[in-house]
Design a protein around this ligand. Sequence first.
Ligand code: CA
Length: 281
Amino acid sequence: MKNILKVITLVCLVYGFQSCTDQKNIPVVAPVPPVSDQGWTFESTPMWEDDFTNNGVPDPSKWSYDVGGSGWGNNELQYYTSGNNVGIVNGNLVIQAKKENMEGRQYTSTRMISRGKGDWLYGRFVVRAKLPRGRGTWPAIWMLPSDNGYGTWPASGEMDIMEHVGYDQNNVHCSLHCSAFNGQRGNPKTSGKIIPNSTTEFHDYRIDWTPYSIKGFVDDEQYFEYINENTGFTTWPFNRKFYMILNLAIGGNWGGAQGIDDNIFPATMEVDYVKAYKLVE
Ligand SMILES: [Ca+2]
């Protein structure tokens, strides 16, 4: 007990006596019962999908655009336009990165989001895609929190269903980021898998997200799993809604690590469909 009192005194000295006495400053965290594996399954009919069947522009009731050339936290080089670099052709969404000057950037591309139009807590998410080829490309199929309920990145989490960088041809990755494990700390939860024809053939990239775990698959073959450690949001912020992102970045900390081949443009990622299946409670 004496030692505990010493610790409390020390904490008060370090953080200021005010914070130790003012109960209003202490956040109330509701106890979360530990989660065990309930063997969850998923409905067989999607709760949300886009098969990109109608030629032309993507359905505005399902997709919006992140626009700009800020580098997007990764020193990416493209400017994301609000529809100039995307279309639907023969049943596939086509995201096209071009070498063209815009707003001080030398490349343009697209980052589509379902935020506010497709937001989900748990589920099976399948995206059938054919990846761009070429050094400097960095396509991603991923999910971010619809609100930052646990704070800004990485506290509220990130789920990467598929990432691929052009200089490491055919090595696809499934990854998670949160406070305890993330790219900034150099310890994201991640797995890679070689898909020999990822840039010439379509494949199903998928995660199964339950209260217990997040599993990653290519064509129904599992190669990633992260299990809820039941230690709170720093390791499991994945109990709030997330939305889908489809983008093709150029350059950036990872995609541009070995430079950019300017002969590859235009570079395209094609997506046959996005399907979201509800978790069976
Ligand atoms: Ca399609």
